[in-house]
Design a protein around this ligand. Structure first.
Ligand SMILES: [Zn+2]
Length: 401
C-alpha cells in the first residue's frame, strides 16, 4: 500500500502531550497536555509528520487529502491500556452474584471457585475458543479509544496452557493490525493447585521462560508478589531470570499487603509496579526517584470495595503514574478505560494532564513504547483518536458512556 500523506485540519484541539514529555510525565499541571487550538496534523500510514495550528500549515501540505474537523472534534493520542488479563475462558458471573450477596473471597475459593474456575476453563479451552473471546474483547477496548493493549497470560498455571495463551496474542496481532498488542508472561500469577510450588517455579525458570524468550512469545515477564502468592525472593529469582533472557519486567506489587515489592521493582529497573494499594512511604520515595512507572488500577479497588492506592501521594512525590483497567474475570471485569479515567478524576484526585498522561505517554513508558506511542509529535506513530466532542475532558466527564 502506498504511504500516502494526509492532513486533519481545524481540530478544536490537538492534545500533543509535548509538555508532558518535557516533564517526563511527572508533577503535571493541566497546561502540560499542550492542547493546540484549531489544530492540524499531517501524517502518513506510519508516522506523524507535522503538527501545529491550522493557520500555520506549511504550503507544501495544503494540497494533501484533507479531513476538516470543523472545530467540533478534538484529537488525542490513541489510548493505551497498559495492564489487562485479556486471554482467559469461562465466566465468573455466578460467583460475582454470590460475593455481592455476602460470600467472602475465601469462602468462594474454598468451594473451588475464584481463580481456579478460570484456570480450569482456560486449560479446557481450545486456542480457537480463546482467540475468539479475546478478539471480541479487544474490539470492545478499541471502541473505547484503546489502540495499544497489554495482555497477560496467567490463567494456565502450567507450561502448555501459558504458551497457548501467549500464542493467542500473536494471532490477535495478525487479526487486528489497527491495534498494538504487548504480550506479558505472567506464569507466576498464582500458585497452581495441582503442582508443588517449588516444582512449578522450576518449570517456569527452566522450561517456560526460556521458550517464551527464544520464541519471542512475550516482551514482558510479570510476577504477582503478595501474601498467599509469590514471596519477594521467589519474585526476584523469576524476574532476574527473565531479564537475563532478554525480557522486560513488571510486578503486581503491594496490592493485598505491603511486601515492599514496589521497592523491588525500582531496584530491578522494572518498567512498572502495578496496583500499589498498600504501598509504603519508602515505596513511594523509591518510585519517585526511579523510571519505574506506578500503574494504578482504580477499577480493581472499586470492584473489590478496597481503599484506592495513595495516588496523590505518589504523584506529589514525583512519581510517574499510569492508569489501566486491569481487565480480568475476578476483580475488574471492565474494558472501559475512559471509566477508569473518570475514577482517576473523582477518587484519585488526578488533574486533566495527569489523567491524559496516565493513558498515553506514561502508559507507553510502562510498556517500553515511549519513543513511538502516546504523543502527537513528528516521528511518533500515526496513532491517534478523533473524539466526537471538542475537549478531552468530555471523555472522562461522561461516566461509563
Ligand atoms: Zn493484574
Amino acid at each position: 500500500m502506498a504511504n500516502i500523506k494526509q492532513a486533519f485540519v481545524h481540530a478544536s484541539y490537538v492534545y500533543t502531550c509535548e509538555g508532558i514529555l518535557q516533564k517526563d510525565g511527572r508533577r503535571l499541571i493541566p497546561e502540560d497536555a499542550s492542547a493546540i487550538e484549531d489544530g492540524a496534523v499531517v501524517f502518513d500510514s506510519k508516522k506523524i509528520i507535522w503538527v501545529g495550528k491550522t493557520a500555520d500549515l506549511p504550503a507544501k501540505y495544503k494540497k494533501l487529502k484533507t479531513t476538516n474537523l470543523r472545530n467540533k472534534k478534538a484529537v488525542i493520542p490513541g489510548l493505551i491500556d497498559s495492564h489487562t488479563h485479556l486471554v482467559f475462558a469461562g465466566s465468573r458471573a455466578h460467583e460475582f452474584a454470590r460475593r455481592c450477596a455476602g460470600a467472602t473471597y475465601q469462602e468462594i475459593a474454598e468451594e473451588g471457585g475464584g481463580i481456579l474456575t478460570t484456570v480450569k476453563a482456560t486449560r479446557d479451552a481450545t486456542i480457537e475458543q480463546l482467540f475468539e473471546s479475546a478478539l471480541k474483547r479487544a474490539l470492545i477496548a478499541y471502541r473505547f479509544g484503546v489502540r495499544t493493549i497489554e495482555c497477560k497470560s496467567g490463567y494456565g498455571l502450567d507450561h502448555d496452557t501459558e504458551i497457548k495463551c501467549l500464542t493467542v496474542v500473536q494471532h490477535l496481532r495478525k487479526a487486528l493490525p489497527q491495534m498494538t498488542f504487548v504480550s506479558t508472561y505472567l506464569g507466576a500469577h498464582a500458585i497452581p493447585h495441582d503442582q508443588k510450588r517449588s516444582h512449578y517455579i522450576d518449570e517456569m525458570l527452566h522450561k517456560t521462560l526460556p521458550l517464551v524468550a527464544s520464541k519471542k512469545l512475550a516482551e514482558f515477564c510479570d510476577v504477582f508478589i503478595d501474601e498467599g502468592y509469590y514471596n519477594v525472593d521467589e519474585g526476584e529469582r523469576i524476574l532476574r531470570t527473565a531479564k537475563k533472557l532478554g525480557l522486560k519486567i513488571k510486578i503486581h506489587a503491594d496490592e493485598l499487603m505491603n511486601t515492599e515489592s514496589a521497592k523491588l521493582a525500582c531496584k530491578l529497573h522494572a518498567h512498572s509496579a502495578d496496583h500499589l494499594l498498600k504501598i509504603s512511604e519508602n515505596g513511594i520515595k523509591a518510585l519517585a526517584k526511579s523510571n519505574t512507572v506506578a500503574t494504578l488500577l482504580p477499577g480493581t479497588a472499586f470492584y473489590l470495595k478496597e481503599k484506592n492506592a495513595p495516588a496523590r501521594k505518589i504523584l506529589d512525590a514525583g512519581g510517574k503514574v499510569a492508569v489501566a483497567t486491569d481487565f480480568n474475570p475476578g476483580s475488574s471485569y471492565t474494558l472501559n478505560l475512559p471509566l477508569m479515567m473518570n475514577m482517576s478524576a473523582l477518587y484519585l484526585q488526578m488533574n486533566s494532564a495527569e489523567i491524559l498522561a496516565s493513558v498515553t505517554t506514561n502508559a507507553a513508558a510502562a510498556l517500553g513504547l515511549e519513543a513511538k506511542k502516546g504523543a502527537i509529535m513528528p516521528g511518533f506513530d500515526s496513532d491517534f483518536v478523533v473524539l466526537p466532542y471538542d475537549r478531552f475532558e468530555e471523555m472522562y466527564y461522561r461516566m461509563g458512556w
